[in-house]
Design a protein around this ligand. Structure first.
Ligand code: G3P
Ligand code: CA
Length: 366
């Protein structure tokens, strides 16, 4: 059985492939179930192709500071199908919606709580209570170089304008569910548990906390509008084998895959089959789906999307941004970027900072 304290690593992934007992447990548990985004499979029913999904990456983060309530409301209004929440835990065990384990990339923590940084200079979310974090102002993401502070995305929302705060996972669910009530729509959640091993080392169980909040708000089966994502395959296995059965829940799971060497062993037909024993889809970097020597006249797919689909997995790559320097050189413009991935590669959804442009592309394509 897996150790709960394990972090992901290439050698450990090989362990799973070679562990017949674990594999048989996973396969007996089964992972086939109806998806909240697919037509039914009744023999008399016409099965329609699944809707291509627009996943608002940190909200409408191309227009408003990432992960703010305003950015989430804008993403909702722009027609996203799912809205993403990156999750980290506070000192008092609350889940807050922030991308980083640190507060110093999007808040004024350094001036509100001087001296509360660790030796590495960073201000860790886990060293602050929710009440303290609620005192902070949130800005568009920034970086500091040679003492100068500047925007990470220079043409986006300006630094330190208006008034934004950090919010909890529960507060964001209440926003989305409230909008679902008031609009009659059914927009989903796409939470990501950040750094489970780090949280465990700090005495926190982020997976259990996330599942408990999801259950409390009624997300418990694969037909509910949620995909739960993580970069750590061991945490996803723990969720699948232990944590969800304990709670009598079974939500859809997504294995995130970066270009890091530790995932290389998964980028194969066998790797995808192995993942399909406990997850419903993958969230790969866009760089993993197209050969990097592709040109605009010759775009060549890697085998990954085909391997994933053959294993029954959905493919939701990240991250789609309209800025020229954020797109692969073989894409002529943002629409071309989307066309290549939706129409040539055949992905099932995309994480995007620009939900409006992506919705418009998909609507115009029919
Ligand atoms: O979760 C999908 C994508 O958001 C992963 O990248 O670093 O933006 O969380 P990141
Ligand atoms: Ca994420």
């Amino acid at each position: 059985m897996l150790s709960a304290s394990r972090a992901p690593g290439r050698s450990r992934l090989i362990d799973v492939i070679r562990n017949p007992i674990l594999l048989s447990v996973l396969m007996l548990a089964g992972c086939a179930a109806s998806s909240g985004d697919q037509a039914g499979s009744d023999e008399h029913e016409i099965v329609l192709p699944a809707k291509k999904l627009v996943i608002a990456h940190r909200g409408a983060s191309g227009y408003l500071p990432e992960h703010t309530i305003a950015a989430k409301a804008m993403a909702y209004a722009q027609g996203a199908d799912y809205i993403e929440q990156d999750l980290v835990m506070t000192k008092d065990g609350k889940l807050v919606v922030l991308h980083d384990r640190y507060l110093d990339t999007v808040t004024d923590v350094a001036s509100v709580f001087p001296g509360r940084n660790r030796e590495d200079g960073r201000f860790y979310v886990i060293d602050f209570t929710l009440a303290e974090i609620k005192q902070l102002s949130v800005s568009e993401r920034f970086e500091t170089e040679d003492g100068a502070v500047r925007l990470v995305f220079k043409d986006r929302f300006p630094l330190w304008k208006s008034s934004f705060r950090v919010h909890t996972f529960a507060e964001e669910i209440e926003l989305i569910q409230g909008l679902n009530d008031s609009t009659g729509k059914s927009i989903g959640l796409y939470p990501e548990m950040k750094s489970p091993a780090f949280h465990r080392d700090e005495g926190k169980d982020i997976a259990s906390a996330t599942l408990d909040v999801l259950m409390a708000y009624g997300y418990k089966s694969k037909s509910d509008k949620v995909f739960l994502q993580c970069f750590d395959p061991y945490e996803l296995q723990r969720i699948y084998i232990e944590l969800m059965p304990e709670r009598q829940m079974s939500v859809r799971l997504i294995q995130l895959i970066s270009t890091s060497e530790e995932y290389r062993r998964l980028l194969s037909a066998d790797g995808m089959k192995q993942l399909a024993t406990f997850v419903d889809g993958i969230g790969p970097s866009v760089l993993l789906l197209i050969e990097q020597d592709s040109t605009s006249s010759s775009v060549r797919a890697t085998g990954l999307t085909g391997f994933a689909h053959a294993a029954g997995l959905k493919v939701h790559p990240y991250t789609f941004r309209r800025e020229r320097d954020q797109m692969p050189p073989f894409a002529k413009d943002y629409d071309d970027f989307l066309r290549i991935f939706f129409d040539e590669i055949g992905v099932d959804g995309v994480f995007t900072d620009f939900p409006d442009l992506t919705v418009q592309y998909l609507e115009a394509r029919h």
